[in-house]
Design a protein around this ligand. Structure first.
Ligand code: NAD
Ligand code: MG
Length: 396
């Protein structure tokens, strides 16, 4: 390799962003950071800029830019500060960039991630909400601009590793019967339905196997994360929802499986540490050290599997229905979920009301065709308004 690849990390201060920088720092001869972006934790972003010396840093508005610039100047750093969504899109699409880690959480990541796709970058996709919202448009842009889309979500990275290289020919063509998407079951896997109304945001964010941002932690607790991942898998691998089955596997050692028509089932295993899929995607098709400890099967001793309980976790059913309805339904599901998760974290609604709120928004918002990004954001906006109304009526 002639020169190190230049990487933009969108959402550098988050859980995925930090894991990405950990892997990058292990291979200075291969990678260098081109841009780092953050939203609220400016001290953390400043420290990351001083450590990784990116060309650009991006923050949400002028006030935080002034604060960050002052800190950078005081330390003699030459990192330049850009602002807002324009700044995010600029560092995602910059001609000097080789790969973009899309690790902003939620709908806020859609435009910058698409900017990377439209610039034909290698895009490492953690921001599943972006793909869920705009699936057909997003995948169409990947094809038109020859972007290389590599999944970071551990399940999708596992499926990617278990599929043949020519999987884009279609699941049936390459002999795939089903994709088996594993789920840990989250912190409330064994909680009684009658007790779910009492669970707290702290309990929801205490995931048994993974350490993650607060939004995805709540999604894991409600199993909406698996619902979003079902939709994500359908788009990434061009599979109908009927070919994707969710399997609860509490140890999170098997990260997903592919079931072939000849009876072969391929799985990818590893310790639950996001640096494995990050390193896999960064170096693909090569392999590099990620810093993750080798898997000790004797220590794990057993692997368990159970069927998901959609009565206690209705978000999974709602997501499957949205996947089947297609069009604007996944964007509406995602937007209503973002409002519901935030309301739960603020203790304005109880845990089971996350699903109630989303279901009522989906019932009230008709499914429409989305043939442009504006149409996607319009559906997103209407869903947020309906969710807001629901919150006014039912929230605390
Ligand atoms: P996080 O909350 O730890 O980090 C989110 C990042 O996005 C931060 O850098 C934050 O500054 C930035 N951000 C938040 N709101 C923003 C906004 N409005 N504009 C610009 N930037 C904003 O989240 P995370 O756990 O790192 O997850 C990031 C994404 O990766 C999510 O889409 C999540 O579903 C996905 N993901 C995470 C994991 C995991 O293990 N953490 C696993 C699979 C997929
Ligand atoms: Mg996942």
């Amino acid at each position: 390799m002639s020169r190190p690849q230049r990487i933009t990390v969108l959402g550098a201060t988050g859980s995925i962003g930090l894991s990405t920088l950990d892997v990058i720092a292990r291979h200075p001869e291969r990678y260098e950071t081109f841009a780092l972006t953050g939203y609220s934790r400016l001290d953390e972003l400043l420290a990351l800029c001083l450590k990784h010396a990116p060309v650009f840093a991006v923050v949400p508005e002028e006030g935080s830019a002034a604060t960050l610039r002052a800190g950078l100047d005081a330390a003699g750093s030459r990192t330049e500060v850009l602002v807002g969504e324009r700044g995010l899109c600029a560092v995602a699409a910059d001609p000097q960039v080789d790969a973009v880690m899309a690790a902003i959480v939620g709908a806020a990541g859609l435009r910058p991630t698409l900017a990377a796709v439209e610039a034909g970058k290698k895009v490492l996709l953690a921001n599943k909400e972006a793909l869920v919202m705009s699936g057909a448009l997003f995948m169409d842009a990947v094809r038109r601009h020859n972007a290389v889309l590599l999944p970071i979500d551990s399940e999708h990275n596992a499926i990617f590793q278990c599929l043949p290289v020519d999987y884009a020919r279609g699941m049936g063509q390459v002999g795939v019967r089903r994709i088996l998407l594993t789920a840990s079951g989250g912190p409330f896997r064994q909680t009684l339905a009658s007790e779910l109304a009492q669970v707290t945001p702290e309990q929801a964010c205490a995931h048994p196997n993974w350490s993650m941002g607060r939004k995805i932690s709540v999604d894991s607790a409600s199993m909406m994360n698996k619902g979003l991942e079902l939709i994500e898998a359908c788009w990434l691998f061009d599979a109908p929802p009927s070919r994707v089955e969710v399997v609860v596997h509490p140890q999170s050692v098997i990260h997903s499986l592919v079931d072939y028509v000849d009876g072969s089932v391929l799985a990818q295993l590893g310790n639950p540490d996001m640096r494995t899929p990050i390193a896999n995607a960064l170096a693909w098709p090569e392999r590099i050290d990620s810093g993750v400890a080798p898997l000790d099967l004797f220590d794990i001793a057993r692997l368990d599997f159970e069927a998901p309980d959609e009565a206690r976790f209705p978000c999974l059913r709602l997501a499957r229905e949205a996947a089947e309805a297609g069009n604007s339904a996944p964007a509406v599901l995602n937007a209503a979920n973002e409002i519901a998760v935030e309301a739960f974290l603020q203790r304005r609604i109880r845990f089971p009301e996350i699903a109630s709120m989303i279901e009522q928004v989906l019932e009230r918002e008709p499914v429409v065709a989305v043939d442009s990004l504006d149409a996607v954001f319009a559906a997103d906006q209407r869903a947020r308004e309906l969710a807001g109304e629901w919150l006014t009526r039912h929230g605390r």
